[in-house]
Each structure stands twice: as structure tokens, then as C-alpha cells.
Design a protein around this ligand. Structure first.
Ligand SMILES: NC(=O)c1ccc[n+]([C@@H]2O[C@H](COP(=O)([O-])OP(=O)(O)OC[C@H]3O[C@@H](n4cnc5c(N)ncnc54)[C@H](OP(=O)(O)O)[C@@H]3O)[C@@H](O)[C@H]2O)c1
Length: 276
């Protein structure tokens, strides 16, 4: 039976957009963050750099996030050949990967399902499922070769657990990402590589603003709080000092804070752990 194993409350709103003060050396850990030019991904990359990580980033724009990253490439995560070539460069240039944060995501403009085009559904799954899968499959061998293993964090969504009307393609793709995370953890339950699915509710980022407007976005979660959770998981596999089991989903909402949903052992799944 799954357990609610942790709670914490959201942090203060709005992180300062200060330049990072990196403390890394050549032996410093390395994190790859997809979609790090804006929104949550940028905050995660910034916080990791502050913790002494060297970061590798990609997005569909060629402009790097400007965080002193080791490498930034223009990559559409839904394009397997672009992911291939990027991963080859990462392995050749860096040769080490401590954390993979599959953050880049696509959400369709809210539309009832019968009017949602096949192209939108394909793009949702290409970006939100096949992208993370491609990075995971290509980078797992590197993590498994390292004595200390690694951590994979897939940024899903609360919509993976509670589908959103008008966002059926998005919700379904995030549910698939959640399931992929759990299945990967169960396949190799030795914790050498730990897998987590972070499931935020609405966040105050460009994505939310584009979907529901700026005033709605301002009422949502502060993404820097979600970034802190991601970074703590990446660096210590824990939240608020408490170790989190590989395969867990971490649900973060503005009203209920952070809750760790242990993996489901039977068909009752994660039920009972959703916000009221
Ligand atoms: N915002 C929310 O309310 C919310 C809630 C729950 C979960 N999430 C999830 O959280 C993650 C981050 O969302 P966000 O709100 O920070 O989004 P955002 O503000 O739109 O930023 C998305 C980032 O991903 C990059 N990106 C988008 N598509 C890409 C692609 N195909 N290949 C590579 N990079 C790509 C973007 O840069 P370029 O445009 O330069 O490519 C940008 O850096 C997503 O997975 C999203 O689904 C968001």
C-alpha cells in the first residue's frame, strides 16, 4: 500500500534572478537539464550551479541560459536524431552524468479532445514521453558505469494523476511519463540509479501564462519552490532530509505543499494521496 511519506510547505514566492556563484572543480558533479532557458528548467539549472554542479543544457533555441554551462545545444527533445547527437557530445566532452532532469515539456492550448488534432497529440507524446525516454535510454549506460550511479528526474505534472479537461493530450502524455518512471525503477530496484517523477500543480511560468493568462499564472505555485525539490532530490535523493524511494512520484501543489507518493504495489495505485 502506498504511503504518504512527507509533507512540506511551499517556499517564499519569487526567487531573485541573481547570477549564479559556481563553486565547481573538474571533479564536480554534472547535471543535464532539458529546457533550461526559461521557467522551471532555468531555476533548476541555476540552483544546481549554486550547489557546485556543472550543467549541460538544451532547448529549441540556440541561445544558452547563460549560467556558465559546460555545453548548450539547440535540440528538440522530440527529435531522436538530435538527442543522439547531443548525447554523443555530452559523453565525449563531459564523460560523466550525476543527474538527468527531463524538464522540457509541451502543453497544447486548451481544446476539447474531439477538436484536438492528431498533430497536437503526437507532439505532446514526442516532447513529453519520447524525449525523456530517448535521454534515459542513451544516458543510462553511463550512469550505470559510475560507482555512485545517478538520479533521473522526470518532470511530469499533477495532470498525470488528475487529468485536466481541455488538456487531454497533455494529461495523457504526463501520465505516460509517470508510468515510464515507475516501470524503470521497478525493473532495476537496486537504487543504483534512482528515478523520480516530480508532479507539480500549476506553476507561475510562461507555459501557464500562455495557456490560461498572466493573472491566472500569478496565482499558481512559485516554480522556485519546485526547483528546490528537484535539486534536493538530484543531490541527495531526499526531501526535507528524508530519503525518497526510487520510483516515487512527488506531488507539489500550492495548497497542500509537497507530498511523496510511494510507488503503487497494486491496482489501487496512488489513490488516497491526491489533494482533497
Ligand atoms: N507551468 C505549469 O503550470 C506546469 C505544471 C506542471 C508541470 N509542468 C511541467 O514543467 C516543465 C517545465 O515547464 P515550464 O512551465 O517551466 O515551461 P516553460 O516556461 O514553457 O519552459 C519550457 C522550457 O523548455 C524548453 N522547451 C520547450 N519545448 C522543448 C523541446 N521540444 N525541446 C527542447 N526544449 C524545449 C523551452 O525553451 P525553448 O522554447 O527555447 O525550446 C523552455 O526552456 C514541463 O515539463 C511542464 O510540462 C508545468
Amino acid at each position: 500500500m502506498p504511503r504518504t511519506s512527507n509533507r512540506s510547505s511551499p517556499g517564499p514566492r519569487r526567487a531573485k534572478a541573481a547570477r549564479p556563484r559556481a563553486r565547481h572543480s573538474s571533479g564536480a558533479p554534472v547535471a543535464l537539464i532539458t529546457g533550461a532557458t526559461r521557467g522551471l528548467g532555468r531555476l533548476v539549472a541555476l540552483a544546481l550551479v549554486r550547489r557546485g554542479y556543472r550543467v549541460v543544457t538544451c532547448s529549441t533555441s540556440a541561445t544558452p541560459p547563460g549560467l556558465g554551462e559546460l555545453l548548450h545545444r539547440r535540440v528538440d527533445v522530440g527529435d531522436p536524431s538530435a538527442v543522439d547527437s547531443f548525447v554523443r557530445s555530452v559523453v565525449a566532452k563531459v564523460g560523466r552524468l550525476d543527474a538527468l532532469v527531463n524538464n522540457a515539456g509541451f502543453a497544447n492550448p486548451p481544446t476539447p479532445l474531439p477538436r484536438t488534432s492528431e498533430e497536437i497529440v503526437r507532439r505532446s507524446f514526442a516532447t513529453n514521453v519520447l524525449g525523456p525516454y530517448a535521454f534515459l535510454r542513451r544516458l543510462l549506460p553511463l550512469m550505470l558505469r559510475q560507482p555512485h550511479g545517478g538520479v533521473v528526474i522526470n518532470v511530469a505534472s499533477r495532470a498525470a494523476l488528475v487529468p485536466v479537461p481541455g488538456l487531454a493530450a497533455y494529461s495523457a502524455s504526463k501520465a505516460a511519463l509517470l508510468s515510464l518512471t515507475l516501470a524503470a525503477a521497478k525493473e532495476r530496484d537496486d537504487e543504483r540509479v534512482a528515478y523520480f517523477a516530480v508532479c507539480p500543480g500549476g506553476m507561475d511560468t510562461g507555459m501557464r501564462s500562455a495557456l490560461f493568462g498572466a493573472s491566472d499564472a500569478r496565482r499558481q505555485l512559485d516554480p522556485s519552490h519546485v526547483a528546490e525539490v528537484v535539486v534536493e532530490l538530484a543531490s541527495s535523493r531526499s526531501i526535507a532530509g528524508r530519503r525518497v524511494r526510487s520510483g516515487s512520484a512527488i506531488l507539489i501543489t500550492r495548497d497542500a505543499g509537497t507530498r511523496v507518493l510511494d510507488w503503487p504495489e497494486d491496482e489501487r495505485g496512488y489513490r488516497g494521496f491526491l489533494p482533497p
